[in-house]
Every structure is written in C-alpha cells, then in structure tokens.
Design a protein around this ligand. Structure first.
Ligand SMILES: [Zn+2]
Length: 478
C-alpha cells in the first residue's frame, strides 16, 4: 500500500482519525475493518461478534472486538457486512483459465478432458503463465480469497522458469501464495496420460524442485510465498519419483501435494498399473504423512478415511470440479469426523471454469446436505473448510484462516444487502451461503487492501485482461 492509498478517502473509509473519541496517546492500528454486522472469527471458540471490528498492525491482527473500534490510519467500512478471515484456496491450476470452456472438452470426464487439453497446454511459456496467474489470482481476490495454492505441473521443454513467472504475479497483486513445483514423468509411451514432450526426467525434476525451494520458500511467520512439491498424479509420474519426492520434501522440510482418488478411472488405473488402490499406493510411496495434502479424495472407503485421518493428511475438496467432470461426491463429513484437515479448492479454471471460493463453499454445503442429510452440511461447516481447513492443508493452522490476535491480517468483507439478501435478518453466516451470489466488498491481505469497494486496487486489470485474451486465443489455436 502506498502512503497516498492509506490516506485516500472513499465511500467506505471514514478517515485518518479515531472513531471512538479516544486520544492520540493510544496506539493507532494501521487498518481497522469496522461496523460489521457480524465478525465470524473462526477462532478456537468460534466467536461471532455482532457490531464487530478487526484491527491490523504490521500485517498481523492486533485486535478483534465489538462496539467502538480503535483508532486506525485506514478504516474500511463493514456496515451491513459479514466479516470472515480471508478464504484459503487449497487447490488450483491457474494457467488453465487460458482454456476455459473450450468446446472440445466440455463433454469429457477426467481422462478424456486431460487428453483433450494436454496438446493445447504444450504452448505455455513464462508470459502466459504470468498473465494467467495474475488474472486468476485477481478473480480469487474479488471473491474473498487471500491465500491461494497453485499446482503447476506442466513444464514444457524450453518454456522457461514458469514457477517464478507466477510467483511474480502474486507479488505484484499482493496476495499470499503457495505455488507447488509440479511434475510429470510418465508419458503415453510409458503407459501414462500426458504426451511425450511435456514430461521430464526424474533427476531433472528433483533438482528443479530443490532449486525452487531454495529460491522462493519463505519459512518466516506470515510469509507471503511458500513452495511445496507436487507430482501431478499417480497416472502421470513414476512410482520412483513419488518416493524420491517424498524423501526430498522431508529433507527440505516442505509440504507435499498431488491429485488423489479423484474418480473411478483413477481407481481402475491404480489397480491395473500398481496392483493396489490409490490409498495403498499413497502409503507405500511414503506419502501418508501430515506433510501431505491431496486434491479431491472422492473415492476412499471407510477404512481408508480412518487411515487418512490417523496420518494427519489434508484434503482439498473441489466440489464444482467433481461435479463438472462427473467424478462423484467426496465424503467430506466423514473425512472431517476422522480428523482430516478438509479445505476447499476451486481446481483448474477449465475443469470448474468459475474460480470463486464463495461458490465452492456454497457447493460444499449443498453437496454435504445431499450426501449426508440436511443437518450435516451447514454454512458454518463450509466456512471452516474455506478458512481453517485450508490453513491445515497448507500447514499454517494458527497463522492464516482465523481472526485472532497475532494471526496474519487477512480479511474478507461480504455485503449482505440488496434484493438477494432481503429478509435474511436472523443469521448472517447461514445467509452468506444460502443467499447470494455475493462477492467481497473488501479483501485485505497482510493488512493491505487488494480489493476495495468491490474493485481491484491494482490499476493493471484492463491491461492484463487484454494480454490474457491475446494469449488464450493463441493457445487455443494450437
Ligand atoms: Zn487439480
């Protein structure tokens, strides 16, 4: 945030002044979100504060309360709003927004969808990865997401340093980012799914992983960038690479991520290729640890759910993707009951097409009702998945995903007004997901507004959308 931004006045900013009649002898926060109809802290007691406020200083939450807020340099108005922790996106492929709604794949299930799109994605380069990440992270921020992971598993030969290209996009926007250094090493000629020219040698992949961690991984509290290691899926890497990646993650002390048990094809491939179900494969490759979070987990049986919970594995539930690819309904109620950290992911933009975590939270609530009964899927459960569940997946419980003093100052402010919220006077959290759709009025990351009054703070949106249109047309032309 620049000094001029902190001092500017908008319809939602009251000014550089106290709002409670206090004197200048008291500490002044950098930013306060004030006047909320409700602050849903998602803290250990799940406090919900009527007429609430959140104060942020030096990027961290410095106070949460009700009534008159403390003085602050910047005051963001939250009148008639629900305030939540910034949402955490635990699974995505940002580059895929370059091939959204491509007609050749819209009637395909997972394997056909992948094999339709792999040839187009071969054209990725640093510019297209940078621009697609920028636009995709902006889309997420507009829907209240403050931390996003990204699973970047395509590294075509000669394409350049794609991971750095997307990290620079996140830094430019000011969003918290967990890129994963993905990989593919099992091509069609070896029984895998991807074409030969997008896979790499295991040794080259592992050295690129180590280099990415050395260069970008920030271990400090409140870090804006952390890197994890992420072979694409059991059907696109060798078993040896799975084992060696887990060993490398252990040595470097970073997290592990991959796709897991996404649909029936996934199960069949595992049985035919490895002679076991995906769960056993995860265990025998050294991945069933609390260092791991997996995407999807649609197909586990009861015994496998218990084993996932006992191991402390995280799961990124991607409901829209699971529906659009007709994969199935993940057993998230059972997974949570077993102690699994269940977060939410928008998944790749061309599987789910829309990338709104608000939408995924609503879909997760609705699917849980459909699978487990009306009482099982609540808005509060979905809010937990979108916040502390995602924090658990990323290994950052207590740091992101909750509004408690000392946690990072990541906040989403949701207006509960207009015709779509009329009549929803009794429960702002149920209203948030049962009504709508709703986008964030403000999205604050590390104490800095990224979205303000419903608009991106960055002045580069139009320029980046023009570039994205050019790059998407080029990629889809093949
Ligand atoms: Zn995915």
């Amino acid at each position: 945030m620049t000094p001029s931004e902190t001092r500017s006045t908008t319809s939602s900013e009251t000014s550089t002044a106290t709002t409670s009649g206090r004197t200048g002898s008291e500490p002044i926060a950098d930013l306060v979100v004030a006047g909320a109809r409700c602050v849903a802290t998602v803290d250990a007691e799940r406090r919900e504060l009527a007429d609430g406020w959140v104060a942020i200083t030096d990027g961290l939450v410095s106070g949460v309360g009700t009534g008159p807020p403390p003085a602050a340099t910047t005051v963001l108005d939250a009148t008639d709003c629900l305030v939540t922790p910034g949402l955490v996106n635990a699974h995505h492929h940002l580059y895929q927004n370059l091939t959204r709604a491509n007609p050749a794949m819209t009637d395909q299930a997972l394997f056909g969808w992948l094999q339709t799109l792999y040839p187009l994605w071969r054209g990725l380069d640093t510019e297209s990865v940078h621009v697609s990440a920028w636009v995709g992270l902006a889309e997420l921020a507009l829907a209240g997401c403050t931390t996003s992971s990204d699973h970047l598993y395509l590294h075509p030969k000669g394409a350049g340093d794609l991971l750095t290209a997307e990290i620079e996009a996140a830094q430019d926007l000011g969003v918290r980012f967990h890129p994963t250094r993905g990989s593919m090493s099992l091509s069609e000629k070896d029984g895998g799914l991807p074409p030969d020219d997008v896979v790499a040698d295991d040794d080259d992949i592992l050295s690129a992983c180590e280099e990415a961690v050395t260069r970008h991984h920030d271990r400090s509290f409140g870090a804006m960038t952390r890197v994890a290691l992420a072979p694409c899926s059991p059907f696109s890497v060798t078993e040896d690479l799975m084992v060696r990646t887990a060993e490398l993650a252990d040595r470097l002390d970073v997290r592990l991520h991959t796709h897991f048990a996404e649909n029936a094809e996934d199960d069949e491939f595992s049985l035919a290729t490895f002679g076991c179900r995906p769960m056993e494969y995860l265990e025998r490759t050294g991945w069933c640890t609390e260092r791991t979070w997996v995407a999807h987990c649609v197909m586990p049986d009861d015994g496998e759910i218990a084993r996932l919970g006992a191991a402390g594995v995280g799961v990124a539930h991607c409901p829209s993707s699971n529906m659009i690819l007709s994969s199935g309904i993940a057993p998230v109620v059972e997974l949570r009951a077993a102690g699994v950290h269940v977060g939410l992911g928008v998944d790749g933009s061309s599987s789910a097409d829309a990338a709104s975590l608000w939408l995924e939270a609503r879909q997760a609530m609705l699917l849980a009702k459909l699978r487990n009964g009306a009482a099982a899927g609540t808005a509060r459960m979905a809010l937990e998945m979108a916040t502390i569940g995602g924090a658990g997946c990323l290994g950052r419980a207590g740091e992101i995903g909750a509004l408690t003093v000392g946690a990072v100052g990541d906040v989403a402010v949701w207006p509960l007004t207009g015709p779509s919220f009329a009549g929803a006077v009794a429960d702002p959290i149920e209203a948030w997901l049962r009504c709508g759709p709703v986008a964030a009025r403000h999205t604050v990351v590390h104490g800095r507004p990224v979205v303000r009054d419903g608009r991106m703070v960055s002045s580069r949106v139009d320029e980046m959308l023009v570039a994205h249109d050019r790059l998407a047309r080029r990629l889809q032309a093949g």
